[in-house]
Design a protein around this ligand. Structure first.
Ligand code: FES
Length: 125
């Protein structure tokens, strides 16, 4: 179990080695999530059309190790963009991956870049 989780580590924009193209902006639903694959990772991508921002994080919910976060409801908590896991509704910040209830659960987040109508996610491996 731990091995599945350990392949996900937050990537900051400065640490990006590869901007991986995942599709056209129009391929992604508005105000909702989608899942893409990079090597062995499943990554959830969110198109916050309301604010014009995009976020990416591991698709794996660290609570019960379910690949479900792309199906979660998105929104914000006091201005912090978040996703709620569809299983037990744990809320994670899409800015830093922290659990918004202060629990010791964290998800990896990845930078997203939009260029010429294409969506890129930054990886460091
Ligand atoms: S599996 Fe995500 S909150 Fe329980």
């Amino acid at each position: 179990m731990q091995d599945i989780l350990s392949q996900y580590e937050t990537v900051t924009e400065n640490a990006v080695k590869e901007w991986f193209k995942v599709g056209l902006t129009s391929d992604f639903p508005e105000n909702s999530g989608a899942c893409i694959k990079y090597k062995t990772k499943q990554i959830a991508v969110y198109n916050f059309a309301r604010t014009g921002k995009w976020y990416a994080c591991q698709n794996l919910c660290p609570h019960k190790m379910e690949m479900v976060l792309s199906l979660g409801m998105i929104g914000d908590k006091e201005g912090v963009p978040k996703v709620a896991c569809p299983m037990h509704k744990k809320n994670f910040s899409l800015e830093d991956g922290s659990n918004l209830a202060g629990e010791d659960l964290k998800i990896a987040t990845y930078p997203v870049k939009i260029k010429d109508g294409n969506v890129y996610i930054g990886f460091s491996d």
